[in-house]
Each structure stands twice: as structure tokens, then as C-alpha cells.
Design a protein around this ligand. Structure first.
Ligand SMILES: [Ca+2]
Length: 409
């Protein structure tokens, strides 16, 4: 055994101190000195392994430049820390019967930790979506009502201080609307011509003029139309590489999104003169405003609230019913404090509470598409414009030859 070890030390670890001469010398020690020899070889082996490690590290250092080496070393240290962190996380759990995967706004949750190894907890600070919602001494229970939260996914974090350490424990849950949406019925009060070449993406009145933004590469436009005749009175064409999307008017400016180009345009609403471009991170779909901020959809269930000057995202709304997430939010219109929205590929209007994201009403508009002239380009229902002068709603679809003026019964 001892000589095997010794051989290992002298042959495998070529960097090590023992030489063949020492090895031969060690072989001349008699049986009586076997234990001493074994101890000696064992100790040398440990020294060899240690030296080998240092040698290897030095060799790697020589092979790599210093910066790369430092990155690798930091990576190794970080990995070690991560492992420690994972061990600490195992000490606590935030799960309890009140924390169901799907909750309703009227429900409350109890925040209290499972302390698996009975550690002495000093305090726990709780956060939802990175906003602090409360703190407790020890592991006291913190009841929390959900009625002021927005709908959608919520990330819950407990920052636990215990025995001179701290660790954060995370989980998530969703909040759905409390009630199913109520169905609203409509009546058509007028039918007007609409340009069947217009792939409608934005639809909004401004001083009695119907503004329309259209899509498709090489065909996208921003136009002013006479809603009664469908005649386009003024139009600008976007560059061929832009696919036009939602439009809205705020403080005398028209804002227009593009689909995948992450670019928006700001025009003078009277002259349609382009004033500036802006950028955003997501797809651009529908656009509306509440008189202060922009509300933008991106094809998901999220509506982003943007500052109209900096175009920074101020807040987000998740659109939900009591039973599901509603994605593909498309053209939008702000009407009397609610967001009316088309849902891509659906023949419905969803009336959304902008404070919570709950769909409060649904209008089934499936009948409208059957009333337009059918041709190969006829596409989905899209386009809601509220006319404050008539207090009626104007709706159309992509490449539809009609706009319908409707009232809600
Ligand atoms: Ca609109």
C-alpha cells in the first residue's frame, strides 16, 4: 500500500518534490521502519497533491491572461456562494394553504414561514413584485389583503434575518378577476364606407376627424379620413421597412407604433408633420392614452403604461378574467375611464378596468364580419374609435369595406 502510494506520488505527480533517488532510498528502509516510512510517504503525498494543485493553478494562470483568470476564479467563488445560498434557502419555506397558485382580488393571504430546522428568526420583510408590503418580528403571521394588487403574476419574496445571516425565499402566484365579465349587447346605428385596402391597426377620432393607422410592410400609412364618406383627406406613408401599428392622439400629437421595428413616431396632429421617433423594447400592437400617459399592448396580456415624453415604462397591467389570462390585446380605445380592446383573431371587444386589468364586459361582435363584402384580403375585426361628439362607437376590421357605428344597449 505504502509503495503504491509512493509510486503514485512520484510518477503521477511529476511536479512533486520526491525524486527517483529518494524513491530508491525509501526502498532501502527495512521492515522495522515500515510504519515510519508509511507515514513519511503519506505526508509527502499530501504535500505533492497540494503542490500539484498550486502548480496547476499557476500553469493555468500562465496560460490565461490575468483578467480571464480572475473571472474564472470569481466564477468558482460565486459558485461556492450560490451553493451556500441554496443550502440556506432550504431552511425555510413560504408555502402555506392560503397561498394558492390562483387567487382572487377579494382574498387575503397569510404570510408566515415554515421554519424547518427551528432557527431563531429575528425578523422577516415581505415584498410583492419588489414592493415592500410589511415586516414582522420573529416569524409572526402577516395577513395581507390582495384587493389593492393588479391582476396577473405576483412574485412574493420573504427576506429572512436569522442567526446573523439573511436569505430571501421566493414564490409566485397569480391573481385573477373576481367576477366573470358581463356581456353587453350592441345595435348598429349607421354603416359607412371604409377603405378595403386599409389593414387597420389604429383608429381614433381627433376633433371630429377619424384618424387611421394602417399596417403591412411597404403599405403602412397614417391618414385622416371623413368617416361619413370613407374618403382619405390626408395621408403619409411610412418607409417600406416599417409595419405600422396602433395610433393615439395626446396633447395635439399623434403617436404611432410599429410592429417589430421597436420604433414609434410622433406627429403634429394637425399637419401630420413627423416631429420625432422613439424606441421601445417590445413588439408594438395597440395604443391609447388616458389624457396623461400612453397605454401600449404588445400581443401578450400585458398593457404597458408609458410616459409620453421619455417613453419609459411607468407601470404594467395584466388583462385577466376570473378564469384566464387574456392575451393578444390589440387595438385599444380609452372610453370613460375604461380600456376597450380588440383581441387579435377574436370577434369580441373586451372592456378592461385599467386599475386592475380585470375584463369587466365583453361585446360579441361576430355578426359584423358577415356584413362586410367578402374578398380574399378580408381579415380580423380590429379598430375601435369613440366619437365624443355623437357618444357612439365606430368599429371596423382589417381590409373591411365598412365601418359600423354602434351603440351599447
Ligand atoms: Ca382606438
Amino acid at each position: 500500500m505504502a509503495s503504491d502510494l509512493h509510486r503514485t506520488a512520484t510518477t503521477t505527480y511529476l511536479c512533486c518534490v520526491p525524486t527517483l533517488e529518494e524513491s530508491a532510498g525509501a526502498g532501502r528502509v527495512g521492515l522495522a521502519g515500515a510504519n515510519i516510512q508509511s507515514f513519511y510517504i503519506f505526508t509527502r503525498t499530501i504535500v505533492c497533491i497540494k503542490n500539484h494543485c498550486i502548480f496547476t493553478v499557476l500553469n493555468i494562470y500562465n496560460m490565461l491572461n490575468g483578467k480571464l483568470f480572475a473571472i474564472i476564479l470569481l466564477g468558482i467563488i460565486a459558485l461556492g456562494c450560490k451553493e451556500d445560498e441554496n443550502e440556506l434557502k432550504k431552511l425555510f419555506s413560504i408555502e402555506n394553504p392560503t397561498l394558492k397558485p390562483i387567487l382572487k382580488l377579494e382574498e387575503s393571504i397569510d404570510l408566515v414561514l415554515q421554519n424547518k430546522e427551528n432557527k431563531t428568526i429575528d425578523s422577516v420583510v415581505y415584498f410583492i413584485n419588489e414592493t415592500k408590503i410589511g415586516a414582522v418580528k420573529g416569524n409572526d403571521k402577516l395577513p395581507f389583503a390582495l384587493n389593492k394588487q393588479k391582476l396577473g403574476n405576483q412574485t412574493l419574496k420573504a427576506l429572512v434575518y436569522f442567526e446573523g445571516k439573511n436569505i430571501d425565499i421566493n414564490t409566485s402566484f397569480s391573481i385573477y378577476a373576481s367576477q366573470e365579465p358581463q356581456l353587453l349587447n350592441y345595435s348598429i346605428v349607421n354603416t359607412y364606407p371604409h377603405d378595403s385596402n386599409a389593414y387597420t391597426q389604429g383608429f381614433e377620432f381627433y376633433n371630429g376627424v377619424l384618424l387611421e393607422g394602417t399596417g403591412q410592410y411597404k403599405e403602412s400609412t397614417l391618414r385622416k379620413t371623413d368617416y361619413k364618406t370613407g374618403k382619405v383627406n390626408q395621408q403619409i406613408k411610412l418607409e417600406d421597412t416599417f409595419f405600422g401599428e396602433g395610433i393615439t392622439v395626446l396633447n395635439g400629437k399623434i403617436y404611432q407604433l410599429t410592429w417589430k421595428e421597436k420604433t414609434g413616431f410622433v406627429y403634429d396632429a394637425n399637419t401630420l408633420a413627423l416631429e420625432k421617433k422613439f424606441t421601445f423594447e417590445t413588439d408594438g400592437w395597440g395604443l391609447t392614452n388616458d389624457g396623461t400617459n400612453l397605454y401600449m399592448s404588445d400581443g401578450s396580456e400585458i398593457i404597458y403604461i408609458l410616459n409620453p415624453t421619455t417613453f419609459k415604462v411607468i407601470d404594467r397591467i395584466g388583462v385577466y378574467t376570473a378564469g384566464s389570462k387574456i392575451d393578444s390585446i390589440n387595438e385599444m380605445e380609452w372610453i370613460n375611464g375604461k380600456i376597450w380592446a380588440n383581441i387579435y383573431q377574436k370577434d369580441v371587444i373586451a372592456v378592461i378596468n385599467p386599475k386592475t386589468g380585470a375584463v369587466e364586459n365583453v361585446i360579441n361582435c361576430a355578426d359584423l364580419k358577415t356584413k362586410v363584402t367578402q374578398h380574399p384580403e378580408v381579415d380580423y375585426f380590429n379598430g375601435i374609435a369613440y366619437n365624443p361628439a355623437t357618444k357612439t362607437y365606430f368599429v371596423t376590421g382589417k381590409n373591411w369595406d365598412k365601418t359600423f357605428e354602434i351603440v351599447i344597449n
